[in-house]
Design a protein around this ligand. Structure first.
Ligand code: FDA
Length: 396
């Protein structure tokens, strides 16, 4: 194979967010770069992201918005190439964008603008992008040999940018994790993150009845809280608050839901009991929440059809707990089919945060979602892809 291999300075595997950024930056430094991908199109995840508008970064990006066994690993890369640097690139390519709530930045026109920008940067540097390349063996260590259905490639630097396991339908694989293992690196066990949660039994019955209702809520797991929209679905719970907390949730444990985060629910019920004793409990709760939700929770508290004046304070306290500290134990999640990110991945303990290279194999780099760094919802995962891709592109 090595006799017929095409020689490059850098082989990047994965033509996604991180891989294209890395390739463009390395080529900009004069490196001969090839990008290999098994899909027939580069940047497929970018294209479907953010409802087709790509939430490409966030106004405020700090390591606090990332989950990793080493919370400091991302710091250096995020500092060296942050949101402002990516916005500079967008400006040079005249891509218009706008800000939405929580500092989330989206394209005005289309996510396709971002893919076009990255491909144009790659094109300017003469990057060769080889699509529909089925990967075979990866051997050696400087030079690395990569066998593919589209020929063999060899280079002293190899960058693995094949992402995580989320959404296999558009080409996600565990390639990075397997390869890391083969080169003796450890992998933090992957699991789906930013994913809808599923329920069973009485909880699911209730959620099914409420499917389609969205309310602002505060969700808490341990010390982590998110205040965003909560959506009831036919299979459980979704919406931004649920996706965010799903990355922190541990199997078998409850998530606490506060449907009235700005209110002392118990005090409110007692105040209404004194002021309007003849009002039905569900009517009182209906002043605060959508009627169907108010009715369902009042029923669960055993107070449906009861005038609030005839409800005991203990029963009202029980209802208040449902409204403000409702413990819900998910049965599971929707899994990699819909997860926006993969938690875990190549263990950062074996990588350099300055170069993204394996400490044990200095030519071998891991970037993007393949690594054990996963961001919150809100543009943080793309920012990690840009930052880690840029750092590797500067170091190869
Ligand atoms: P990415 O997945 O982008 O690229 C990996 C590439 O490697 C792909 O091109 C793939 O085909 C290729 N590959 C994989 N296995 C291979 C193999 N065995 N052989 C050859 N090639 C292989 N984030 C965000 O910040 N804002 C957002 O709006 C969204 N929205 C969003 C929506 C949806 C539906 C999903 C699923 C995810 C998001 N995300 C997001 C997350 C974001 O898309 C993700 O974190 C980045 O794309 C990760 O970039 P990478 O380059 O690491 O992987």
């Amino acid at each position: 194979m090595s006799h017929s291999s095409s020689a490059f300075d850098v082989i990047v595997i994965g033509a996604g967010a991180a891989g294209l950024m890395c390739a463009a930056v390395a080529a900009g430094r004069g490196k001969r770069v090839v990008v290999l991908d098994h899909n027939d199109q580069p940047g497929r995840k970018i294209l479907i992201s953010g409802g087709g508008k790509c939430n490409f970064t966030n106004r405020t990006v700090t390591p606090a918005q990332y989950l990793s066994a080493n919370p400091h690993y991302a710091t250096s890369a995020l500092k060296r190439f942050g949101p402002a640097d990516f916005l500079d690139l967008m400006k040079r390519h005249r891509i218009a964008w706008h800000e939405r709530e929580h500092g989330q930045l989206f394209c005005d026109n289309s996510a396709a603008d971002i893919v076009a920008m990255l491909l144009s940067e790659c094109g300017a540097g003469g990057v060769e992008v080889v699509l529909e390349a089925k990967l075979g063996a990866v051997t050696g260590e400087g030079p690395f040999q990569v066998a593919t259905s589209r020929g063999g490639y060899c280079a002293p630097a190899l960058v693995i940018a094949t992402g995580g396991l989320s959404v296999p339908k558009i080409g996600a694989t565990g390639f990075a994790h397997t390869l890391a293992g083969r080169y003796g690196l450890s992998v933090v066990p992957p699991r789906p993150g930013l994913v809808p949660l599923t329920f069973t039994g009485a909880d699911l019955d209730l959620m099914r009845d409420l499917a389609g209702i969205a309310v602002p809520a505060e969700l808490r797991f341990g010390k982590t809280r998110f205040r965003e929209a909560l959506l009831f679905t036919h299979r459980g719970l979704s919406g931004p608050a649920v996706l965010q907390i799903s990355s922190y949730w541990l199997t078998g444990q409850p998530i606490m839901v506060n449907l009235l985060p700005d209110l002392d629910a118990n005090a409110r019920l007692l105040e209404r009991k004194a002021a309007r004793p003849n009002a039905q409990v569900e009517t009182v709760v209906g002043e605060l929440l959508p009627a169907r939700l108010a009715r369902a929770l009042t029923e669960r508290a055993g107070l449906l059809g009861r005038p609030i004046g005839q409800s005991t304070n203990a029963a009202l306290a029980g209802l208040a707990r449902l409204l403000s500290e409702w413990p819900l134990v998910p049965a599971g999640s929707e899994g990699y089919r819909t997860a926006e990110v993969t938690l875990g991945g190549v263990d950062t303990a074996g990588l350099s945060s300055k170069t993204m290279a394996a400490k044990s194999h200095p030519g071998l780099h891991f970037i993007g979602e393949a690594v054990d760094v996963a961001g919150w919802l809100g543009g943080y995962n793309f920012q990690w892809a840009w930052s880690s891709g840029w750092v590797a592109g500067m170091s190869v």
